[in-house]
Design a protein around this ligand. Structure first.
Ligand code: EPS
Length: 385
């Protein structure tokens, strides 16, 4: 079973992850991991921290000469900002400075302090921070290398920021290139300009902005996940994983919430036989998942991100030292991290798909996994003949 653990505080020394369950013989390219890390750092609306960091992953173990060994793969991303925080965040000695005593509404601060018994809420926010998404992105990039062996191609884009929507279809010309070149990862030039203006206005007003991101995966075989038990349903697993990303408040697959307003004939995708004999859907409102399993169509998942809870014009809160009303703490933060969030969500879905693929096709080596995949695909083709 593919699994990972991660650790790290936002101003601590580094972020780390151990991935266990990757097959031996998988080619890993550090540049493709670092490319995803750079994408995650970019985007209009990011704050001052991103000018400090240049996230680069280091592979600490489990890889030799560019290929996985089958042993756990350990990854590390250093926090450059640690140099500014060493005296406060050191493991052995930590100065009692920059304490946080007024919780931010919408953040983990207050409940985290009550739950773990912290008085300085820095002990909560350091780990609750979305900085953790950097290492999750690195883990996802590794998983995308595994998925690529089986012809799976993933992408992500921003659908909306605040009230500005970009509903451009994935089939538009130069779609991927335009998303990659856009500072808000939108296709439409008008939507991009409006979103950037809205972010600038939010910054001027001491506000923050959320939005909706979309992740797609093409080339998935039918049958990842399962209908037989609730905790093996792939849509449930993906939704749960996305909801674990900081600030994600909603997830939909395919037509999602809109399907609830349509009659059944406008929701379910008719089935036909394609020229090659394969069963195909004539539309894709299901977003590539039926009965908790991939059905061979494109996986389309959307996630809604709430606005970041750190506001430069702070909301009302309470000073936990005195019990008196006070303005919420202001930590340096981003105004809008929706473009970054699209890259993170792609990585998070990649991990769940790679996990489902390793469950389905198993194998200690990539060759064994490939044989299992090819044998299964042959059997599926025979069942459609
Ligand atoms: C974050 C606060 C900010 C963000 C951070 C998430 O960090 P800092 O307090 O150092 O300015 O920049 O995001 C990242 C560091 C990152 O890499 O995405 C928070 O409170 O969640």
């Amino acid at each position: 079973m593919l699994r990972f653990l991660d650790a790290g505080e936002t101003h601590g020394k580094c972020l780390t992850a151990i991935i266990e369950g990757l097959p031996a013989g998988l080619k890993l390219d550090i540049n493709s991991i670092n490319h995803k890390l750079a994408l995650r750092q970019s985007g209009h609306g990011r704050g001052g921290r991103m000018a400090i960091e240049t996230d680069c992953a280091e592979i600490l173990s489990g890889v030799r000469g560019g290929y996985t060994l089958g042993s756990p793969v350990a990854l590390m991303i250093k926090n450059k900002d640690f140099e500014n925080w060493r005296h406060i965040m050191g493991a052995e000695e930590a100065a009692d400075e920059r304490g946080v005593y007024v919780p931010r509404p919408g953040h983990a601060d207050l409940t985290g302090a009550l739950k773990y018994g912290h008085t300085d809420m820095r002990n909560v926010l350091e780990r609750a921070s979305a900085r953790q998404t950097a290492i999750r992105t690195a883990v996802g990039a590794v998983c995308q290398s595994l998925l690529a062996v089986f012809g799976v191609r993933m992408a992500s884009r921003v659908v909306s920021i605040g009230s500005v929507r970009d509903e451009a279809d994935q089939d538009c010309p130069d779609f991927d290139e335009r998303i990659a070149a856009s500072p808000v990862r939108m296709y439409s030039a008008e939507a991009q300009a409006a979103a950037m203006a809205m972010i600038d206005a939010a910054k001027a007003d001491g506000e923050s902005l959320g939005g909706v991101v979309e992740v797609t995966a093409l080339g998935l075989p039918p049958g990842l996940g399962s209908y037989v038990h609730y905790d093996r349903k792939l849509d449930a697993v993906i939704a749960g994983a996305l909801m674990s990303v900081q600030a994600i408040k909603g997830v939909e697959i395919g037509a999602g919430f809109e399907a609830a307003a349509r009659p059944g004939s406008k929701v379910h995708d008719p089935i036909a036989k394609a020229g090659d004999g394969a069963y195909r859907r004539l539309s894709n409102n299901a977003g590539g998942i039926e009965g908790g399993m991939t059905n061979g169509e494109a996986l389309i998942v959307r996630a809604a991100m709430k606005p970041i809870p750190t506001l430069y014009s702070p909301l009302k809160s309470v000073d936990m030292r005195t019990g008196q009303a006070a303005e919420a703490s202001v930590e340096r933060s981003d105004i809008c991290a929706v473009p970054a969030c699209s890259v993170v969500c792609e990585a998070v879905v990649a991990f769940e798909l790679a996990k489902a693929a390793t469950e389905k096709f198993g194998g200690d080596s990539i060759d064994e996994m490939r044989r299992n995949y090819e044998g299964y695909m042959k059997a599926v083709a025979a069942r459609q003949a």
